[in-house]
Design a protein around this ligand. Structure first.
Ligand SMILES: C[S@@+](CC[C@H](N)C(=O)[O-])C[C@H]1O[C@@H](n2cnc3c(N)ncnc32)[C@H](O)[C@@H]1O
Length: 382
């Protein structure tokens, strides 16, 4: 286990020396997003074989193509509007958007004619990779900064999607003590980062847990992602009509905050190894937490969204067309070995054990669309 220090150690330590202990959310924000030094804001490949973790997008293009099938169905449910805007938040290098656009260009020419794509990404330097990835669709490509997205200046009608965005947002951490609910702060002692419990930094934390009726057990630690409902508020403000598709790993609140998860869900990833200590390799390892989908659904309703569908990724993929994708890919496979490799790869997206099928969930919310006929609603085998 390496304990290598990075320039972020000094920056965060100086911040603590100046202003006193900081919340875990501020610590995590620095580790992930400090300009030029954070995990997502510094150069280097993060996702895929050469990075630190895989996402469904890097497993196989069929993932994006199935989402595209569902998006085409959304367009039909909205009575085929002439202009339809796709927005991806947390677009990374643009791979998912590219798989979706390729499918729509190929299979849905009527829709593609009026399609535009807007990418929202915290790290602006990824724009050149996105431009290159999406070169075939450059005439319909635009960008919106997260600040403009949050300001309410940007509005659209169509579909906003994200894959593994919410799990990458900084979280507060709390612990239930004999003196009630306390927040976990980060401070420095003898040159090392240490945690200490204190009063909640904001009343929003208690309000968050009240909204989902969660009361932690004595000794239980948990994360509270205040950025998730804030992001959804921005997304729902931006959406005049259409859908929001959120794909990520997580659970409904009752399952996420169960006393069985005594230490919460915070995990770090470094070169495909799981690490539990967030105070190592600051800015070089990813820090993530599981998503509380109950909050997204409850807040969505408060913001005027309709919850259309929520379920495991495998259910979504199977009912929205992954079998058709496998069959089509197999037809173009050159050998039996290639066919087998294809099946095994795609299985990763669906399988519960060791795959991404069960922990990963899909939430579809909408505004202003009456009883949409979504493919995922047909059920498996439908
Ligand atoms: C875990 S990565 C996922 C990347 C890609 N969606 C995938 O599945 O491979 C999360 C991405 O979200 C970006 N991000 C974080 N906060 C964001 C925000 N508020 N708005 C837009 N992008 C954000 C990060 O910079 C990072 O590229």
């Amino acid at each position: 286990m390496t304990t290598e220090t990075t320039p972020l150690n000094d920056i965060i330590a100086a911040r603590i020396a100046e202003q006193g202990r900081i919340t875990f959310a501020d610590f995590m924000a620095a580790c992930l997003y400090e300009p030029g030094l954070g995990y997502y804001t510094s150069p280097g490949r993060k996702v895929g074989a050469e990075g630190d973790f895989y996402t469904s997008i890097t497993v196989h293009g069929a993932f994006g193509r199935v989402i595209a099938r569902e998006i085409a169905q959304m367009w039909r449910s909205m009575e085929r509007p002439v202009v339809f805007t796709l927005v991806e938040c947390g677009a990374g290098n643009g791979r998912l958007a590219c798989d979706i656009m390729d499918f729509l260009a190929e299979r849905e020419p009527d829709m593609y004619g009026g399609l535009r794509l807007v990418l929202v990404e915290q790290e602006p330097s990824l724009e050149s990779a996105q431009r290159e990835m999406l070169a075939a669709h450059s005439d319909r490509l635009a960008w919106c900064s997260p600040d403009d997205f949050a300001s309410g200046a940007f509005t659209f009608s169509g579909c906003l999607f994200s894959n593994e965005l919410i799990d990458a947002l900084p979280v507060h951490r709390v612990v239930m003590t004999s003196c009630g609910l306390k927040e976990v702060y980060v401070t420095c002692k003898d040159g090392a980062f240490v945690e200490e419990a204190g009063e909640l930094s904001t009343a929003e934390i208690a309000a968050y847990l009240d909204r989902i009726a969660v009361e932690l057990h004595p000794g239980q630690q948990a994360e509270v992602n205040l950025n998730a409902p804030k992001w959804l508020a921005s997304a729902s403000r931006a959406l005049t009509r259409g859908f929001i598709v959120t794909i990520d790993y997580g659970y409904p609140a009752a399952e996420l905050y169960t006393p069985r998860r005594k230490l919460g869900t915070l995990l770090c990833y470094y070169r495909h190894q799981i690490e539990e200590n967030p105070y190592l390799r600051l800015g070089l390892q990813d820090i993530t937490t599981h998503v509380d989908f109950t909050t997204l659904m409850k807040c969505g309703e408060l913001y005027g969204l309709h919850n259309d569908w929520f379920g495991e990724q495998y259910r979504f993929l199977l009912s929205a067309g992954i079998v058709e994708e496998i069959e089509e890919n197999e037809r173009s496979a050159r050998s039996d070995e290639e066919k087998l490799r294809l099946r095994l790869t795609i299985k990763k997206l669906i399988l519960p054990d060791g795959g991404m099928g069960e922990t990963f969930k899909v939430l579809i919310q909408s505004r202003g669309v009456n009883a949409p006929q979504l493919l995922c609603r047909r059920g498996i085998g439908g």
